[in-house]
Design a binder for this molecule. Structure first.
Ligand code: ADP
Length: 334
């Protein structure tokens, strides 16, 4: 027994679970998706049937998993959780599907990464609540149709564009998650501060919100780092000055860009003259997977008006050059 393993398990992962809103009414922001979902859920409840399958699409940390949990909670249904990468073999999915009880909510995170055979099994399951189980191998193999309980699939994806048409078409409703406004993130921070019993004054909350890249998960994470700093170097209370000092330690800049965001912009501007450059080349330059650059960094850089995706590649805007303290070349788009 080491001293470390004797520590109670109160890791950040569990903190994230504590901070998850439980009801639709507790869910901050995303007014469109919330209203759409409210209607879908209320109507299904009225008719006494499981609601249509729901696809939630948007960058990481915007609340897709939280919404899946809320959907199950609002329906008083059991939530089953899996992910696209975990469903490599169709057999894994068949087992999961045949164990569902009527009305269960099945959440598949990163559904765009599901393997083809599992995806094809999902078509029939979503449409007819049926799976075809293949028994045996080779020419003697037969497929046995198996009924499954009516359920609701909630899929989450950071790139709805890479979902195949047939899969996308089988969702009755797609909730497009948007980046949060600073005022909404202030509410997220305020709520988390109350739950975690952290004292954050109004200016400090606003500063954290402003630097959270429009993302609740980041707002909660920055809040915890500010809490650490406040406890160790200040009197435990977070003021705007404390937020500034703490975020400097963690390499979060004035606009909330982190080290990777800035590495991407810097490579784009300094190594490729502002572009256009392909995302794979850009990813190699910063030593990251193209999917990370594309799904984690770029959406916010685009939203912040610093990066444009063009048919010829990524291009830095004048704002990006200026943010790095450089003068944009003549003709750079604003
Ligand atoms: P995603 O599945 O889109 O990556 P999550 O649902 O895991 O995002 O959300 C990440 C964290 O952000 C959650 O633990 C939760 O604390 C917080 N969060 C997300 N959306 C909201 C919201 N609307 N209100 C309050 N907290 C939120």
């Amino acid at each position: 027994e080491t001293a470390l393993s004797a520590l109670p398990h109160s890791g950040e992962h569990e903190v994230e679970t504590t901070l998850r809103p439980r009801k639709l009414a507790e869910f901050i922001g995303q007014p469109r998706v919330r209203e759409q979902l409210e209607l879908v859920l209320a109507s299904a409840r009225k008719r006494g049937v499981p609601p249509d399958h729901v696809l939630l699409s948007g960058p990481p940390g915007l609340g897709k998993t939280s919404l899946a949990m809320i959907i199950a909670a609002e329906l008083d249904a059991t939530l089953r959780v899996t992910s696209g990468p975990a469903l490599e073999r169709a057999g894994d999915l068949a087992a999961m599907l045949s164990n569902l009880a009527e009305g269960d909510v099945l959440f598949i995170d990163e559904i765009h990464r599901i393997a083809r055979p599992a995806e094809e099994m999902l078509y029939l399951a979503m449409e007819d609540f049926r799976v075809d189980v293949v028994v045996g191998k080779g020419p003697g193999a037969t497929s046995i149709p198996l009924e499954i309980a009516p359920f609701t699939l909630v899929g989450a994806t950071t790139r709805s564009g890479s979902l195949t048409g047939p899969l996308r078409d089988r969702f009755g409703f797609t909730g497009q998650m948007e980046f949060y406004h600073p005022e909404e993130l202030e509410l997220v921070v305020g709520r988390a501060a109350t739950i975690l019993d952290i004292t954050v004054d109004e200016d400090a909350g606003a500063e954290i919100a402003r630097r959270s890249r429009g993302t609740p998960r980041i707002a909660n994470r920055l809040l915890r780092r500010v809490r650490d700093y406040a406890e160790v170097r200040a009197n435990g209370e977070a003021s705007k000055e404390v937020v500034r000092a703490a975020l400097e330690v963690y390499d979060v800049d004035e606009l909330g860009l982190d080290r990777l965001d800035r590495a991407v912009l810097s490579a784009l501007v300094r190594s490729f003259g502002g572009g256009p450059v392909g995302v794979s080349t850009l990813a190699v330059a910063v030593g990251e997977e193209p999917s990370t650059v594309e799904e984690v960094c770029e959406p916010y850089l685009v939203r912040a008006g610093m990066l444009a995706r063009t048919p010829r590649g990524r291009v830095a805007t004048a704002t990006a050059w200026e943010h790095l303290g450089l003068r944009p070349p003549a003709g750079t788009a604003a």
